[in-house]
Design a protein around this ligand. Structure first.
Ligand SMILES: Cc1cc2nc3c(=O)[nH]c(=O)nc-3n(C[C@H](O)[C@H](O)[C@H](O)COP(=O)(O)OP(=O)(O)OC[C@H]3O[C@@H](n4cnc5c(N)ncnc54)[C@H](O)[C@@H]3O)c2cc1C
Ligand SMILES: NC(=O)c1ccc[n+]([C@@H]2O[C@H](COP(=O)([O-])OP(=O)(O)OC[C@H]3O[C@@H](n4cnc5c(N)ncnc54)[C@H](O)[C@@H]3O)[C@@H](O)[C@H]2O)c1
Length: 480
């Protein structure tokens, strides 16, 4: 067994691990980054980027079919599945190649290949032949799909997101389990690419939506495109000679058996901490075996171990992984002089159509903080000027504000341009803006953001700090 001694060991070379590596190196050159799988990051290889590439193709097909509402008839839309998948992979590989270039730029001595696990708080085994003694350790091991046992009956037709991006052509039909973020994004894209999709959920959840009115609205909107039962009763899953057969009770109570080419499991992800022999690290864990850590320092207790990105299961998103990696890498470098890093206001975007955005506090958190002293402002995008002009007039936005202070606290949205409106709202929360200050900002005409202004006026009124909004006003402008 070879032995090495280093200041800092980082386990995992994903987005969080690479961020940690760069930050730690500002303090010491005695760093290793250990990777057990392929380089390239989950985001670029099988996550954010290929999923958005697939969605871009689906959006393009959808715009064609929607063009007739404007009196434009592009003729028969032909979807060339091989070409769609070829572009997804080509562009994906380009993004991955940038990551690989970055990794190759790190000194060879810093790059260690193999599966890492703790032997003791400071000793890490890498594969069978290397033992590393590390002063500090950053766990950045990411997550993997969590698949309920009964879905495994689909055998070789059971797929996860990684498999979709390896398709050489598009199949005819896919059953999607899990109308969460991945299921909605991929399921809607596949449906818009001409694949017969049926989506099965449990407990009524739809993506990250918490508010019943918005969830019901979204459910109806998705059901206009493909069947989505958010609380499905599935009797059986079976591999057949042709594909997968699923027996379920449909929402009307009928006993239905439907055949599909594939079953896509999008039923959540679990952090990769279960194969780290984490008990040897001597850090406190919760009931699920996840290490306890500080949100601002990413430190586990007062130990020399830090945990970041999907591995800590707090906010499994790319920008959070990058921030956490940077903070933990810096702290691992400067340990024991550990410092609290900048944590940004929560922001989530789901790239469906309409999109979903969640910003700041959820309604439940607002209620807990304000003890009932809050108000909600609302807008429907159905009659919103700009949204109607471009034929994207679907959706709802709810804004939350605190009574008395007039502080804007958070929002939930299913609607057009939510990726952009979500950013404006997150910046407003992070800048601790009041609803009045937000209404003092410029709003152009005619833009989707005028819908946001209507919701702000409604919130201002409901907080008893502004006049009632003018009904049916498409162009009232500032102060209108
Ligand atoms: C389909 C999909 C779409 C997504 N879309 C978005 C999006 O649009 N926007 C967004 O913000 N987020 C998105 N995400 C989430 C985002 O991709 C993740 O939050 C982010 O990539 C996590 O980065 P990470 O560094 O924590 O993990 P990873 O990039 O997964 O890195 C972890 C690394 O650790 C390695 N590893 C694991 N265990 C060990 C071990 N014991 N020893 C050595 N190495 C090990 C792994 O091989 C891996 O390379 C998406 C995710 C998926 C799956
Ligand atoms: N746009 C983005 O930012 C983006 C995109 C994709 C993924 N992600 C990240 O990846 C994480 C994981 O995504 P995900 O979609 O796998 O998880 P998720 O937690 O968002 O959704 C999982 C869904 O599966 C459902 N489910 C669980 N068991 C089921 C069963 N037996 N049958 C049917 N449904 C079942 C859950 O109720 C839930 O709706 C997300 O939380 C997100 O942080 C982000």
């Amino acid at each position: 067994m070879d032995k090495r001694k280093v200041d800092v060991a980082i386990i995992g070379a994903g987005t969080a691990g690479m961020g940690a590596y760069r930050a730690a190196r500002k303090h010491t050159d005695d760093v290793v980054m250990i990777e057990g799988g392929p380089y390239g990051t989950t985001c670029a290889r099988v996550g954010c980027m290929p999923s958005k590439l697939l969605i871009a193709a689906a959006d393009s097909a959808h715009h064609m079919t929607k063009a007739s509402m404007f009196g434009i008839h592009p003729g028969d839309v032909r979807i060339d599945g091989k070409a769609v998948m070829e572009r997804v992979r080509r562009e994906r590989d380009r993004f991955v190649s940038f990551v690989l270039e970055a990794v190759e730029g790190f000194p060879e001595a810093h790059r260690v290949r193999g599966h890492a696990r703790f032997l003791s708080p400071n000793r890490i085994a890498v594969g069978d032949n290397l033992e590393i003694e590390a002063g500090r350790v950053v766990i950045a091991t990411g997550s993997r799909p969590n698949i309920p046992g009964f879905l495994k009956e689909a055998k070789d037709r059971l797929i996860v997101n990684d498999d979709v991006f390896e398709w050489q052509d598009l199949p005819q039909s896919v059953a999607v389990f899990g109308p969460g973020i991945i299921g909605l994004e991929l399921g809607q894209a596949l449906s818009r690419l001409g694949i017969r999709v049926r989506m099965f959920g449990v407990g009524g959840a739809v993506g990250p939506l918490q508010e019943d009115a918005i969830r019901q609205y979204a459910l109806k909107s998705f059901n206009d495109e493909f069947p989505l039962d958010a609380d499905a009763k599935v009797q059986s899953v079976e591999r057949t000679p042709e594909g997968v057969s699923i027996r379920f009770t449909d929402p009307e109570g009928g006993d239905v058996t439907e055949a599909f080419d594939y079953l896509l499991a999008a039923t959540g992800r679990r952090p990769n901490v279960d194969e780290l022999d984490i008990r040897n690290a001597d850090i406190a864990q919760d009931d699920q075996g996840s290490p306890l850590f500080d949100h601002y320092t990413l430190q586990c207790g007062d130990s020399h171990v830090f945990i970041v990105g999907d591995a800590n299961n707090e906010a499994p998103l790319l920008h959070e992984a990058a921030d956490e990696g940077r903070i933990a890498g810096d702290n691992a470098g400067r340990y024991p002089d550990v410092r609290a890093g900048l944590r940004r206001v929560p922001l989530g975007v789901v790239f469906t159509d309409p999109q979903i955005a969640t910003v700041g506090m959820t309604l439940k958190q607002v209620d807990e903080r304000c003890k009932g002293c809050y108000a909600i402002g609302e807008v429907s995008f159905e009659s919103q000027g700009r949204s109607r002009v471009i034929g994207a007039n679907k959706g709802l936005l709810h804004l939350y504000g605190e009574r008395g202070s007039g502080l804007f606290l958070g929002a939930e949205m299913f609607g057009p341009a939510a990726e952009h409106i979500g950013h404006l709202l997150a910046w407003a929360v992070q800048n601790r803006m009041t609803v009045t200050e937000m209404l003092d900002m410029p709003f152009y005409h005619p833009v989707i953001e005028e819908g946001l202004r209507t919701a702000l006026r409604d919130l201002s009124r409901n907080l008893d700090i502004g006049p009632p909004p003018v009904e049916q006003c498409l162009d009232c402008g500032p102060g209108g």
